[in-house]
Design a protein around this ligand. Structure first.
Ligand code: PMP
Length: 361
């Protein structure tokens, strides 16, 4: 008999149970030969876009695209499409972790990148926005709303004084409500909160289309993809289908506001144990920006006791809790508590953390 496992991985992440059972139906109903230009696939695409618009209350003057190339593809697509919005070809980047750092580096290939604050020694906080040097003639300001590796999440929206705001929401997409009208562009890889790997959602304000640099690859050109309803080339059909099912599940479970309530409850459960552990568990992230999606912590002492952490991971795995190992660049433990991770799943982890501490303190 197969033991039930709980996936706390940072992505590809757990799918809602109702959805993970569904692909069997899919393989019967949705033949691999089915053309992406067929009426049946168009229905799937329309349904998925409709749900996305409904759940995020996306204004009409925004396009929604389902593209390939992952979040990393967008690190290039964003500057290729937007850095030419203004003649200077400058963009402001707030660098608060690995993912915004990579995005800034990529943008540097296509224009001038201004990092708005001095380099951080460690990615454990967000520098106070009053200390940022924003360039008023930047084409856009870019930030990563939730740094998946470090567990650093914005609980505010940066003020850009009219400059276009761009956000990578890959790892906290639809985990809470967001006012899309305040953004020029939002993108998110699906494999954390809204489905499986292979599709990246791009939501972009219409007036920003048509400014791509001439060297922009055509598959990354937002104007082309928007005009073709994401069908310039073969889209990731299966991943779009799964995303539709996950969006339906989010809707049936109360939408983004309900997700936010649950995500606060789940993450508090784990942070409360860390805070009350007298240093047995340590989260390096500043309390003002601790992520509700990815909770990184060390076991045993501040910098981590690697032997004890190994034992922690082995014990968790024995109880069916997997993918808790921290990112290779940070070490330690990371519990990812995306939408599909339930309160019961989180309680299982919390229970184990308490038990482990009792045994080893
Ligand atoms: N942005 C964020 C916040 C991420 O967490 C990741 C992947 N973990 C990426 C971008 C890169 O996404 P991909 O692997 O789909 O290119």
């Amino acid at each position: 008999e197969q033991k039930q496992t709980i996936n706390f991985g940072a992505g590809p992440a757990k799918l809602p149970q109702s959805v993970s059972l569904e692909p069997h139906h899919f393989l019967i109903l949705f033949q691999p030969e089915m053309s992406h230009r067929s009426a049946d696939f168009n229905k799937i695409l329309d349904k998925t876009e409709g749900l996305m618009r409904e759940l995020l209350n996306i204004p009409e003057n925004y396009k929604v695209m389902f593209l390939q190339g992952g979040g990393s593809g967008q690190f290039s697509a964003v500057p290729l499409n937007l850095i030419g919005l203004k003649e200077d070809r400058c963009a402001d980047y707030v660098v608060t972790g690995t993912w915004s750092e990579k995005a800034a580096k990529e943008a540097g290939k296509y224009g001038k990148v201004n990092i708005v604050h001095p380099k951080l020694d460690s990615y454990t906080k967000i520098p106070d926005p009053s200390s940022w040097t924003l360039n008023p003639s930047a084409s856009y300001v870019y930030y990563c709303c939730n740094e998946t590796v470090h567990g650093v999440e914005y609980n505010f929206r940066p003020e850009t004084n009219g400059v276009v705001l761009v956000s990578d929401m890959s790892s906290n997409f639809l985990s809470r409500p967001v006012d899309v009208s305040k953004f020029g562009l939002i993108f998110a890889g699906a494999q954390k909160n809204v489905g499986c790997a292979g599709v990246t959602v791009v939501i972009v304000r219409e007036d920003l289309l048509g400014h791509a640099l001439k060297e922009c690859p055509i598959v990354l050109d937002y104007k082309v993809q928007a005009a073709m309803n994401s069908l310039y080339n073969t889209p990731p059909c299966f991943s779009i289908y799964i995303m539709g099912l996950v969006l339906e599940w989010i809707k049936n479970n109360g939408g983004s506001a309900a997700m936010e309530t649950l995500n606060k409850q789940k993450s508090s459960m784990i942070y409360d144990i860390i805070n009350a552990s007298n240093g047995f568990y340590e989260c390096p992230v500043d309390v003002t920006c601790r992520s509700r999606m990815n909770v990184p912590f060390r076991v045993g002492k501040k910098e981590g006791d690697e032997a004890l952490e190994k034992e922690f991971l082995a014990g968790a795995s024995k109880r069916g809790m997997i993918s808790l190992k921290g990112h290779r660049s940070t070490g330690g433990i990371r519990a990812s508590l995306y939408n599909a991770v339930t309160v019961e799943d989180t309680e299982a982890l919390a229970g184990f953390m308490k038990e482990f501490m009792k045994e080893h303190q």
